[in-house]
Design a protein around this ligand. Structure first.
Ligand SMILES: NC(=O)c1ccc[n+]([C@@H]2O[C@H](COP(=O)([O-])OP(=O)(O)OC[C@H]3O[C@@H](n4cnc5c(N)ncnc54)[C@H](O)[C@@H]3O)[C@@H](O)[C@H]2O)c1
Length: 442
């Protein structure tokens, strides 16, 4: 649907388009037929419940079990589904079920490896939340498990399934931006919730939370509900802003530019300026990345509400994604006579230069310097949910065995970008990616 330029003008000339939802869901409906995919959710915290809710909108799928370490979340998962299903604290019980085709893995980041590797070995297809990995080694172990067991895998940076990102990719690929050497991205938030100061649910204790399992693979500490609810703040379980938000921005940039590799170098700065609550990560991190064809300047700041932004700066145009709006603005690339530096010339030489320039440039008219293209703006329809699209893409792939939009290799490359940023921040020196050695050096 197109809204007339006069309705919503941006600058002199503008075209605003309300994007249409894709056909992904329609495809899912068609493909589903009578064939239902049965899945279970491992991890039914905040994101696990969001994913269950989204799955209710994907045709031809049914959740048959939920697994979590806190009993309250087993209840929350079932409430989201609106029905009782098999519940367990032990994910291996889910993997042992022969009637489960696929699992959604939405556990804390440090537990992704364990659950994903076991799920692949058990023959389940896997939707694993972002960031794929907690460490570089974890990522490659999951890639190997998915490939060895021929599993369909989707990593959960849902923006890559968004129709807004598909439009951005189309514009990028069209060449309308020209050469893009500079990309800027940020995601800034200014609230306690944005800084992960999540409330501790009343009544939690080491009886209704399996604290031993929560700490699996991490140094053991006494029961600490702050660590359970605010795990993103601790290096044992999360990766701070890198794993939480950089990964979305990196995945988006990789998807739009058609890049599927790791930056060769990352240089970070930042600091902990405000949320000094015992956390082990900064509340501001800024990183410069070197990708082969462009450089990226990325930042997350928990001390200002700047929102979510990616800007692509090309020599023919600029493309900005801000929240749910995408704007393409052409740059003026028509030839123009020099204006600035001839100001210091004698009047007769200026006149001579300009006359000559006009002779050499009969078209377009001298000084016209008009933009030949319009500013284009695209907006998402109200209520649009990219998580539903991302899940539909996964379940379609489970059915068809075709590749997902964000497989394990893509997800691994995106997550390594987060590890590079943190490595550089904590070591106070550039992080170099050794692709052959599959390791960070610096
Ligand atoms: N794609 C997105 O936009 C998005 C948004 C939020 C979170 N996430 C990701 O989703 C994942 C979960 O985040 P969250 O916000 O839901 O955290 P959360 O703390 O709300 O939930 C995590 C749950 O994992 C459970 N868990 C941990 N280890 C487990 C195990 N071995 N077996 C079963 N359950 C286990 C915990 O009990 C906890 O309830 C993380 O990887 C996070 O990065 C993605």
């Amino acid at each position: 649907m197109q809204i007339g330029a006069s309705a919503l003008a941006v600058g002199a000339a503008a075209k605003v388009t309300l994007l249409e939802p894709t056909t992904l869901l329609a495809e899912a409906t068609q493909a589903a037929g009578g064939d239902t995919i049965r899945f279970a959710s491992i991890g039914t915290g905040v994101r696990g419940c969001n994913l269950l809710e989204a799955s209710l909108r994907v045709p031809g799928v049914e959740c048959v079990g939920v697994c979590d370490l806190w009993d309250g979340r087993l209840t929350a998962g079932q409430q989201t589904l609106g029905k009782q299903v098999h519940t367990t604290r032990n994910y291996k019980e889910i993997l042992d079920r022969k009637d489960v085709d696929a699992v959604i893995v939405a556990v804390t980041d440090n537990q992704h490896r364990r659950v994903v590797v076991d799920a692949c070995a058990a023959g389940k297809d896997v939707y694993c939340e972002k960031p794929l990995s907690h460490t570089v080694d974890d990522g490659f172990a999951m890639v190997e498990a998915a490939q060895k067991n021929k599993r369909v895998m989707q990593v959960g940076s849902q923006r890559v399934s968004s129709i807004l990102y598909a439009k951005a990719r189309e514009i990028y690929e069209s060449g309308k931006l020209g050469n893009v050497s500079c990309i800027q991205a940020y995601w800034d938030r200014n609230s306690a919730s944005g800084a992960w100061v999540y409330p501790i649910a009343p009544g939690v204790n080491d009886q209704n939370i399996d604290w031993k399992e929560f700490q699996h693979g991490s140094p053991s500490v006494p029961f600490d509900p702050v660590r359970f609810f605010r795990w993103r703040c601790f290096t044992d379980y999360g990766e701070g802003l890198g794993g939480d938000l950089f990964v979305h921005l990196i995945s988006g940039i990789m998807f739009i530019t058609g890049t599927n590799e790791v930056a060769s170098r990352a240089q970070s700065t930042g600091g902990l300026f405000r949320w000094k609550d015992g956390r082990q990560f900064p509340d501001l991190i800024q990183t410069f990345y070197d990708y082969p064809n462009f450089r990226v300047d990325m930042r997350c700041n928990l001390n200002n509400d700047g929102g979510e932004f990616i800007g692509f700066y090309g020599d023919k145009g600029t493309m900005i994604i801000k929240g749910s709006t995408l704007t393409y603005s052409p740059q003026n690339t028509l030839p123009e006579p020099e204006g600035y530096s001839i100001e210091g010339w004698p009047a007769d030489l200026r006149k001579q230069y300009l006359a000559e320039w006009e002779r050499e440039h009969p078209l377009p008219a001298p000084y016209a310097s008009k933009l030949t293209e319009e500013v284009e703006t695209y907006v998402l329809p109200p209520g649009y949910n990219d998580t539903v699209e991302h899940e539909a893409n996964f379940f379609n792939a489970v059915r068809t065995r075709k590749p997902t939009v964000e497989n394990e290799v893509f997800g691994n490359n995106a997550a390594i970008g987060c590890h590079l940023a943190n490595y550089s921040y904590f070591n106070k020196r550039p992080a170099m990616w050794d692709a052959a050695g599959k390791k960070i050096t610096g």
